[in-house]
Design a protein around this ligand. Sequence first.
Ligand code: FAD
Length: 497
Amino acid sequence: MQQFDVVILGAGFGGSLTALLLDRIGFSVALIDRGKHPRFAIGESSTPIAGYLLQSLSEQYDLPQFQPFCKYGSWQQSYPGLACGIKRGFSYFSQEPLQNFHVKPDHGSELLVTANLSDALAETHWYRADVDCFFADEVKKSKVVYLDQTKVSVNRSHVWEISGERTGEQIALRAAFLIDATGAAGIVPHALRIKRQTEFLTNSTAIYGHFEKVTPWAKILDRCHVSRSDYPFDCDHSALHHVLSEGWMWQLRFNNGITSAGFVLDGEQKTGSVEQLWASLLESYPAIASQFEGASLVAPESGLVSTRRLQRGWKMCAGADWALLPHTAGFIDPLHSTGIAHTLCGIERLVAALEKAWGTDGLPEAMSDYSESVQTELALIDELVAGCYRSLPHFDLFAASTMFYFAAATRFEHLRCREGEKPLFLCADDVGFRNVTRAWLDRIASIQQQADCEINEFREAIVDAENLLKPWNRVGLFHPAVPNMYYYTAAPESEPR
Ligand SMILES: Cc1cc2nc3c(=O)[nH]c(=O)nc-3n(C[C@H](O)[C@H](O)[C@H](O)COP(=O)(O)OP(=O)(O)OC[C@H]3O[C@@H](n4cnc5c(N)ncnc54)[C@H](O)[C@@H]3O)c2cc1C
């Protein structure tokens, strides 16, 4: 039976990267996945934090092949054959049921937030079929033992025993440490009977797929004679959000003609088939429907995906001889595109902790710290997302709620990139910030309780949001030169190397 220091279950980009980093620092590693690359996967829109973390990891562990993924320009130069999308920032458009999109004074139904300063320096949407395949191919070139198409079960005695079947052959491995990177499958917490986390503020479900021939939103705006002259970037070169009364829709456009699109709905899903639900949502929002006229679903092959409640988590995320990567530890919601960056943040912390504490008495404590930090981060993401859902009926309030995310993200970027600090993801360990986020949730709740809320009260609430965020607002949130059009939240950067 082959014995490894670490076995990793799940070869998404998270599991593959973890395997490569551990291999680099001298661990013996095996990586196992039940599937085979390339394959459809969701979780595509990256952020400046993700780009920064990937760059930092690739430098620290001498894996220069991952550097080009940090920016659109370098990606195109190095890997033009791997599909991705250009992401200049986040854009939001308020849609009202059974009405065409209409603009309001001071861009009251539009919000564009720039994340970077040029197309070359833009972040990207990862076409995961290509990206995950590339990461797994790099694993195959390393010393890591890579087993795909492998169904496993795990058993913990004094070490971990991993047994299974690969294309008809039995496999058996032993590991001193097991990392679970299987996402929702959560093999290790099931095996250890860890209790599920069930208390979440957010309550959402999603339906999604990959489409071709989706008409760019900019074209629809042009058809409706909506001026885009104030927009800081092409709104289709972004994580585009249509904000609805019952949730929101994401659209991520790749450079291979494919668009990832999904509705995320607040609360329980209506009954009926996923196709019926998709059709009825399009029917409710004619401007979005016109984007999908002539579009067709291309992936996954099984058809539109419909999820159960998206929020999930485990009460423990690591022990003395095991750890869950963040997307296995839990998930909240795709709003704010936190998943890729959170995964990279968790990998950075976990690999550093293993390197430092391996073979010492300090390992259990290091893993306990890791577990607590991932849970603290998920709790903050839940608060940031829940604030937005609770503000959905009022776009001004929704925009104010997104500012809590943008304040956290830009503060984190500043501390990491300029101050050299390593706070928890999105500064989840900043007690003051956590307090104002919770105060904002309370403030929204008080508005929700007033059935006949006056416009003045929304204005007052937005002023409150601005005041709450003052100590964290270093990038001019709330007062862009053009209302709701943020040109300069990004810190100046150099052209890619
Ligand atoms: C609807 C939705 C939308 C999202 N959108 C975004 C977004 O826009 N931006 C963002 O940053 N994040 C997003 N996320 C989060 C993102 O998907 C995750 O952060 C990311 O996929 C984590 O990567 P990973 O490699 O750790 O795990 P995964 O991508 O989940 O990979 C898990 C791997 O484990 C394998 N596996 C599963 N079960 C088993 C098993 N039993 N045995 C062996 N292998 C197994 C799978 O085949 C897969 O290869 C989204 C998530 C959801 C659910």
